[in-house]
Unconditional design. Structure first.
Ligand code: ADP
Ligand code: MG
Length: 293
């Protein structure tokens, strides 16, 4: 199973939107995808209109005999998207993980148990905006890391500390992240945005996913309605942008060697450049059925 953590130490940069949109896009493209909400605020589950009984949400992934409930969104097109929503007890888990770092390894075991039970292809984990016990546990369990970054200068500034944190976990656990990708979000036509994206590419080069995600009011509306943008408006620019990011991510995960140490940089480079053609073709096919733009 490939596990991707969606992480940034800053809040409001589009982590939850990215986790929900990428997971939905992967599921719509045919992958059995598990979305795991590790933010005690529970926004990922809520934006898909999913609730969970206390003790049966993501807190159960950390319990030796925990039985996390996997819930499917109401929309029938999302039959390949399983969701483990955040429950109230997750906030207590964060406190426990801070007190006892060894418990963080339980997440990988909990996810593995779920995979054996239900054969998930890709797992996408939404994280809170801090490097606490939950984020650390997720980074330890993950093969790949996706870092959404709002295209403004304050967010760019915070990106350094996020990447430093990611690299620190990478070093302490051994084995490189494939892919480690930076996804510009809130991209609009303002000059300052273009400058910020250019700066991102200049500073982080191959790590940056080429096109980024446009700023769009559709994301708020989607979270309110419980239907992801990929279904509500499949041909809209934001839906296509996330489908493209998801396809590139899946391709990179496929190509990731199991022990990926020496090959991270070339793998990321290829995934950004060469795969765009394939992903664009697939997006054209997958969005051909209609929707508003
Ligand atoms: P985080 O999880 O990093 O705190 P969210 O994904 O919750 O960020 O996004 C914060 C707010 O911004 C939400 O109201 C969300 O709907 C909105 N949002 C996210 N991405 C975009 C975007 N590309 N354009 C416009 N609004 C967005
Ligand atoms: Mg969030």
């Amino acid at each position: 199973m490939s596990v991707v953590a969606v992480f940034n130490r800053k809040g409001g940069v589009g982590k939850t939107t990215t986790a929900v949109s990428v997971a939905s896009a992967l599921a719509l493209a045919g992958q059995r995808t598990l979305l795991v909400d590790l933010d005690p605020q529970g926004s990922a589950g809520r934006s898909l209109a999913i609730d969970v009984e206390d003790g049966r949400g993501t807190s159960a992934l950390f319990a030796a005999k925990g039985k996390p409930a996997v819930t499917y969104p109401a929309h029938p097109a999302l039959f390949r998207l399983g969701v483990v929503a955040a429950d109230l007890a997750l906030a207590d888990v964060e406190a426990e993980l801070l007190a006892d770092g060894r418990r963080r390894a339980r997440l990988a075991t909990g996810l593995e148990r779920l995979r054996e039970r239900e054969h998930w292809g890709v797992t996408v984990i939404d994280l809170p905006p801090a490097l606490g016990g939950l984020s650390d546990a997720a980074l330890r369990a993950a093969e790949g890391v996706l870092v959404p970054v709002a295209a403004d200068f304050l967010a760019l500034d915070a990106l350094r500390s996020t990447l430093a944190a990611v690299r620190a976990v990478e070093k302490s656990r051994g084995g490189s992240y494939v892919p480690l990708a930076v996804l510009p979000t809130f991209v609009d036509r303002r000059r300052a945005t273009a400058d910020a994206v250019a700066l991102l590419q200049d500073q982080f080069g191959d790590l940056v996913l080429a096109r980024g995600i446009p700023r769009s009011a559709r994301f708020d509306a989607a979270a309110l309605s419980g239907v992801p943008v990929a279904l509500g408006a499949p041909r809209s620019a934001p839906a296509i942008a996330y489908a493209e990011a998801a396809t590139a991510l899946a391709a990179a995960l496929d190509r990731a060697p199991k022990k990926a140490k020496a090959t991270r940089r070339p793998a990321v480079k290829k995934f950004v450049r060469a795969d765009m053609r394939d992903s664009l073709r697939e997006i054209r096919l997958s969005t051909a059925e209609g929707g508003a733009s």
